[in-house]
Design a protein around this ligand. Structure first.
Ligand code: F6P
Length: 541
């Protein structure tokens, strides 16, 4: 049965008719303890969802919807290693990557725990050797710079987490992340580096991605040029992370320097696979284990907690409430932590590549709205850029505010000022300011409407004691399971990404038109043909 045809969906439609227009001011007036009642904790994370346009009854109905969608069974199936990624006929087992159990989960005839731990052990010894200086470059110099080359899931996780956990990183090594095939990315990343002390980690699940392989080839050229052309240098300056040993060997990277993972790890869920190698070099194996333990704690919470006390499930169900019943289309993620500057970008891939789908598991079209546009910037910067629209625009946009009680640095008590903004913005969004309140300030009557803050803009607040490897792991896992919850309710496959393929094929067809010295065939559409001509002329061709 389609989810929209279930009595649980119908009940929510009816419930939305009843409470959809209610103002957060009234909800708080009626239930003064909302701020402590509509709260769940999981590990170190505390989710306050009281400033959302819902009541306890909404949460009860959403939990019933989760049951109707089979969220419990689907969760068990995922954790058991069933092939829940049906279009690619694959298990979905990123949760096994952080499971401390050394063995026991056998999937498709292989013990995935054992395999995951074996790779983690190799990663740890490699990371230690690089960090200690035991691993040296071709000329005997120790490694001073690590450059991760990868894109999408092979970049965003380690790049985001390196920035988030910089405070815990080895400061004597420079870390860079190159993803874009725009040649400026690699050029800028390497311009001040010394080839003799630079290590490249080429991260690609498939090892066929145009951007990554092109950058890796250029990096090898840069290295060999800087080290006198001796091919033997590659073994000391290149490591690979991939599921595809054959392609790694074809590329010329010694498979002794390769760290594997498996097709049951989706690209955007691969952060805790060997894709995290650059991060492990940065923060060290012990901190990395704390990160994995944080993920695992949230995995266990998601697997076992009832929906009404389940932090990731609530995040997912509340977003379904907005997307499908209020018609919202975007979700803001606003970390009050500069270290989390890349977190919204990381979540964009996680959420939008997973749930940007319009057919159900059986191939029939969805009849409900699915994935939202996820975006955001750290506070307080965003306040001085786009919050105006959140406060007074015509768009309803739920926002997740994220903060940490303890600072990683507190210069002259700045952290309290910072946190006061984290408190003020959701409060202003929720409660606003009425015309009477504005007029009471002596504002001229014609200006009053411009200063009215309508309020009733929903938000959730996630607070943890401090940004640490563990709390970062908990946070990321919470959003992974939020995405899963949404996908199960909508009946879609959150683990494939066929939609990105067509553009890749077309780029490969169009590349020769730009590269050819002679006039190409102008056989695309008229817009693309004209653009090809302009770009060729711009390069003097
Ligand atoms: O183009 C999308 C995608 O396949 C992502 O899902 C993936 O994270 C990224 O490309 C990179 O792929 P790979 O790790 O195989 O290079």
């Amino acid at each position: 049965m389609r989810i929209s045809e279930t009595p649980e969906w119908q009940a929510l439609t009816e419930h939305h008719r009843e409470i959809g227009d209610r103002h957060l001011r009234d909800l708080f007036a009626e239930e003064p303890e909302r701020g402590t009642d509509l709260v769940v904790t999981a590990g170190d994370l505390r989710l306050d969802y009281s400033k959302n346009r819902l009541t306890r009854e909404t949460v009860r109905l959403l939990a019933a919807l989760a049951d109707a969608a089979g969220l419990r069974e689907r969760t068990k199936a995922m954790f058991r290693g069933e092939h829940v990624n049906t279009t690619e006929d694959r298990a979905v087992l990123h949760v096994a990557l952080r499971d401390p159990a050394p063995s026991g989960l056998v999937v498709d005839g292989r013990d995935v725990n054992t395999e995951a731990h074996e790779v983690l052990g190799r990663m740890a010894s490699f990371a230690e050797r690089v960090r200690s200086g035991e691993w040296t470059g071709h000329t005997g110099e120790r490694i001073r710079a690590v450059v991760n080359i990868g894109i999408g899931g092979s970049d965003l996780g380690p790049a985001m987490a390196y920035q988030a956990l910089r405070d815990y990183s080895e400061r004597s090594i420079t870390f860079r992340f190159v993803s874009n095939i725009d040649p400026t990315d690699l050029a800028e990343a390497t311009r001040d580096l010394d080839p003799a002390s630079t290590l490249f980690i080429v991260a690609s699940k498939t090892f066929t991605t145009q951007e990554t392989l092109t950058n890796a080839r250029e990096a090898r050229r840069w290295l060999l040029e800087g080290l006198g052309g001796d091919e033997a240098a590659v073994a000391k300056h290149f490591a690979a992370v991939s599921t595809n040993a054959e392609k790694v060997a074809d590329f010329g990277i010694d498979t002794d320097n390769m760290f594997g993972f498996w097709d049951w790890v989706g690209g955007r869920y691969s952060f805790t696979s060997a894709i995290g190698l650059s991060l492990m070099v940065a923060i060290g194996p012990e901190r990395y284990r704390e990160l994995l333990d944080g993920f695992h704690a949230m995995d266990q919470h998601f697997r076992t907690a009832p929906w009404e006390e389940n932090l990731p499930a609530l995040l997912g169900l509340i977003s379904v409430w907005y997307i499908d019943f209020f018609g919202t289309r975007t979700q803001a993620v606003l970390p009050y932590a500069q270290y989390l500057a890349r977190f919204p970008a990381y979540l964009q891939q996680l959420c939008m590549e997973s749930n940007g789908k319009s057919v159900r598991l059986d191939g029939s079209p969805v009849d409900v709205a699915t994935g939202e546009i996820v975006w955001g910037e750290p506070g307080t910067n965003g306040q001085h850029a786009f919050y105006q629209l959140l406060h007074q625009g015509t768009v309803l946009c739920p926002a997740d505010f994220i903060a940490f009680a303890q600072p990683n640095h507190d210069l002259d008590g700045m952290h309290d000022l910072f946190l006061s903004n984290f408190l003020a913005q959701p409060r202003a969004l929720a409660f606003g300011r009425t015309a009477e309140e504005v007029a009471a300030d002596g504002t001229a009557p014609d200006v009053v409407p411009h200063k009215v803050m309508p309020g009733n803009h929903p938000s959730s607040a996630i607070v943890a004691p401090k940004l640490t490897p563990s709390t970062l792991g908990q946070l990321v896992a919470a959003y992974e399971h939020r995405v899963f919850t949404q996908g199960v309710v909508w009946g879609i496959n959150s683990f494939d990404q066929w939609g990105v393929e067509l553009g890749k094929v077309m780029a490969n067809e169009l590349a020769p038109k730009l590269q050819s010295e002679g006039p190409p065939d102008y056989d695309s559409d008229s817009s693309t043909n004209a653009l090809v001509r302009v770009l060729r002329e711009g390069r003097g061709r």
